[in-house]
Design a protein around this ligand. Sequence first.
Ligand SMILES: C[S@@+](CC[C@H](N)C(=O)[O-])C[C@H]1O[C@@H](n2cnc3c(N)ncnc32)[C@H](O)[C@@H]1O
Length: 225
Amino acid sequence: MPRRVLHDEFFRRAKAEGYLARSAYKLLEIQQRRAVLGASMAVLDLGCAPGSWLQVAAQVVGPGGVVVGFDLAPVRAEVPGWVVARVGDVLALPASDLLEPLVQRRGPGVLYDAVLSDMAPNTSGAGDHFRSVRLCEAILERLPGLLRPGGSLVYKVFEGEQYPDLLARTGAVFARCKGLKPRATREVSTEIYVVAGGYEPALRHAPKPGGIAPPPPGPGRGWGR
Ligand SMILES: C[S@@+](CC[C@H](N)C(=O)[O-])C[C@H]1O[C@@H](n2cnc3c(N)ncnc32)[C@H](O)[C@@H]1O
C-alpha cells in the first residue's frame, strides 16, 4: 500500500508560493482544465478553512468579484476585501444563509456563479464515504437557492458504492459533469472531484403532461477529457 508522504512536492510548493494549504493546487488544476471561475464572478466556497481555495478563487475573480466561504472552523488568515469567510455548519444552514453574504454585497436577487466544496468529514476509516456523500447531497439540495442557471459546481467526494448514483444525480441537472482526480490528490486518498458546468435547474422539475421529457440522468454530456 502506498505511504502517505506528508511533505511532498505540493506541500513544499505551497510553502514557497504562499498558499495556506497544498490543496490550492487541486483547485488550480481544476481551473486550468475546466475554467470554472472567471473575472468578477461571485463564488461560494464550502469547507473553506484554512483558506487556500479562497486564495485561488480571490486571485481569479479579482476585486470586481466576491468570494464567500463557510467552514466549521474559522479562517485565521487575512483575506482581501472581496472575500468573506464565515463560520457555519453547511449541513445545518439553509441556502438563504449561505447566500446572505453575497446579498449583503450585491443586493437582492443575486445568485452565485460557481459553488465549490472541498468539504470532508473527519475521517475515521468507517463510514467516511457515506458521510462524504451526505455533505455533497446537502449541496445539491441547496443548489436551486444558490447557483444561477448556467453556473458551475465543483465538489469533493470520497469514492464508494454511492458515487455512481451521486454523479448521475449531479449530471441530471448540469449540461456537463465529470469526475477528476487532480495530481495533488494523494495516492492513498479515495477522493475525487466532481466538476459540473451549465446548471440547468429546470431539469429538476417533472415534465408537464405532453411536455418535453428531460434527458436521462447521467454524466458525460461534454468535457471529453
Ligand atoms: C480539506 S479541508 C478544506 C481545505 C480548503 N479547501 C483549503 O484549501 O484551505 C475540509 C474542510 O471541510 C470542513 N467541513 C467539514 N464538514 C463541514 C460542514 N458540515 N460544514 C462546513 N465545513 C465543513 C472542515 O472543517 C475542513 O476545514
